[in-house]
Design a binder for this molecule. Structure first.
Ligand SMILES: Nc1ncnc2c1ncn2[C@@H]1O[C@H](COP(=O)(O)OP(=O)(O)OP(=O)(O)O)[C@@H](O)[C@H]1O
Ligand SMILES: [Mg+2]
Length: 494
């Protein structure tokens, strides 16, 4: 479906400032649709002057719709919908005429010209017409709620025609604003409640209100419920008295309520305000839970890392006591294996999500290898290319694999000699290619990866093929030395 901007640029004379106004109108006109129990369609004159194009549409959440199909993009010729022409030509709200039965249900049509204040144009600029269509088939004898809604809708419509709604310069709203159905209060000029919808009243009951809300001064009532004797937040008073178009949140007795004020300014004066009310206690509670869940996961990684470091320290102690060199070497190697897993958990304990920047981890593993190489062997391993961000499920095994491969190169490839050792990475959209390359003395004659019984390469094979569903090969490096190449698939989303 084409967007409002697409349609406006292609078919109408609206400029960027006009469009900003239209965008802020349609981002907020749910309110008008809900209060009117009516469908809204925004019509803008075609550039060639032959008629109208529908650029946006809104259905009410409070009543039945008139349009089961989308009307955005529809064109109406001049004269086809006389009420639109009249609202535009005479710059006024039109609500004359009998219900229209052409769709099979009675529909009341009204039209509201859309005006925006413009510098240098005293009357402002007219941008289009809102057609408001009410499906009357389910209309009942109006209750107090419906009468208040309709009166408020009519005030808002007047504000649209006078260029007072939407409110320019209102702070953008990040969370969903309260809607009419969430709870609605109507205030008079002095900020006293003249009507409270059942939901709004319930929200105030949960905040601790025992008395009647109608007749009370909302700012004062809210402040005494939520602040007691403490100093009152200024923005609360501005919102709860309905003086400025703004939102705030108040909390009392474990209940959190969002308030949004819509001052009603009709005929040049403030006649009162609407305050939309939404109980967001559950929403905020879930947000807090998610936050603590994150913190818990981080804490768990932190503890796992600590425990692994303790294990490594115990193994190191035991290694020192051993008189048999082979046994000591084996334990020292176990220390390094545990250490490389600990590095991943440490990184995860800082990251909020289950993703880690693996370059960081790789560099630390590489650094560890440099430390363990014999002092006379001048091996400074290097990383070429980047791993990028990887899910923890890949990072842990990969760190272990790297540890083993680098370890082998230093131990068997170079022994006492110096040489070049590189980890060459290339990250594709859905795979990771890693080459661990040394220019050492090369593999033994009878080497066979498949039949090798030693532990190191078995770990590597199990992790790469089994755990990471990747491929592994070990070959002599052209020009001398050994090359281990592995390919690991990674989920496209990371
Ligand atoms: N980069 C390399 N250069 C030369 N030979 C290598 C290289 N990598 C592995 N090898 C050979 O492959 C053999 C098997 O390696 P593997 O890592 O499985 O066992 P290991 O290193 O001997 O013992 P550990 O279980 O402690 O790792 C090694 O003993 C070595 O002969
Ligand atoms: Mg080894």
């Amino acid at each position: 479906m084409p967007t409002l901007s697409d349609l406006a640029f292609r078919h109408t004379e609206l400029d960027n400032v006009d469009l900003d106004w239209m965008h802020s109108l349609v981002s907020d006109w749910q309110l008008l649709a809900d209060l009117s129990f009516a469908d809204l369609v925004l019509w803008v004159p075609l550039r060639d002057g032959t008629g109208w194009i529908a650029v946006a549409q809104m259905r009410p959440t409070t009543g039945p719709t008139v349009y089961h199909d989308d009307v955005v993009g529809t064109v109406a010729a001049k004269g086809e919908r006389p009420l639109i022409d009249t609202a535009w030509n005479e710059r006024r709200i039109c609500r004359e005429g009998d219900p229209d039965w052409s769709s099979g249900v009675p529909v009341r049509e009204e039209t509201i010209p859309v005006r925006r204040p413009a510098e240098g144009a005293p009357g402002g600029r007219y941008l289009g017409v809102i057609q408001r269509s009410t499906n009357l088939s389910s209309a009942r004898t109006p209750s107090r709620l419906e009468l208040t809604y309709l009166q408020s809708a009519s005030d808002l419509a007047q504000m649209v025609a006078e260029g007072r709604f939407p409110f320019s310069g209102e702070e953008p709203i990040l969370v969903r604003s309260p809607r009419v159905g969430d709870g609605l209060l109507r205030l008079d000029r002095a900020g006293r409640v003249t009507y409270a919808s059942p939901n709004a009243l319930s929200a105030y009951r949960r905040l601790g209100l025992n008395a009647d809300l109608v007749g009370a001064e909302l700012g004062w009532v809210t402040a005494s419920l939520c602040y007691g004797d403490e100093p009152v937040d200024e923005s609360l008073m501005v919102v709860a008295s309905g003086r400025a178009p703004r939102e705030t949140e108040v909390e009392s007795g474990g209940t959190i309520v969002q308030l949004r004020a819509i001052p009603l300014i009709v005929g040049g004066g403030r006649i009162g305000a609407l305050v939309l009310i939404r109980d967001v206690t559950e929403l905020r509670r879930r947000e807090r839970e998610l936050m603590t869940k994150d913190a818990t996961i981080r804490e768990i990684h932190h503890r796992v890392k600590n425990n692994l470091q303790t294990v490594a320290a115990l193994l190191r102690l035991q290694a020192r006591r051993l008189r048999v060199p082979e046994g000591r070497e084996a334990l020292e190697e176990a220390v390094r294996r545990v250490g490389s897993i600990a590095i991943v958990h440490e990184t995860l304990s800082h990251a909020p999500e289950e993703f880690v920047d693996f370059d960081d981890i790789a560099d630390r593993v590489i650094g560890m290898t440099g430390e363990v190489s014999a002092p006379e062997a001048q091996v400074t391993p290097r990383r070429v290319g980047t791993f990028g961000v990887l899910p923890a499920a890949i990072a842990t095994p990969l760190a272990m694999v790297l540890t083993e491969l680098l370890q082998n190169a230093v131990q068997h490839g170079f022994e006492q000699r110096s040489g070049k050792l590189q980890v060459i990475v290339s990250r594709g959209a859905e795979r990771l290619d890693v080459l661990v390359s040394d220019d050492g003395k090369g593999l033994p004659e009878d080497f066979d990866l498949e039949t090798s019984k030693s532990l190191g390469l078995q770990i590597v094979r199990t992790l790469v093929v089994g755990e990471l569903a990747g491929r592994l090969s070990i070959d002599p490096r052209p020009g001398g030395g050994t090359e281990v190449s592995l390919t690991v698939p990674i989920p496209a989303s990371t």
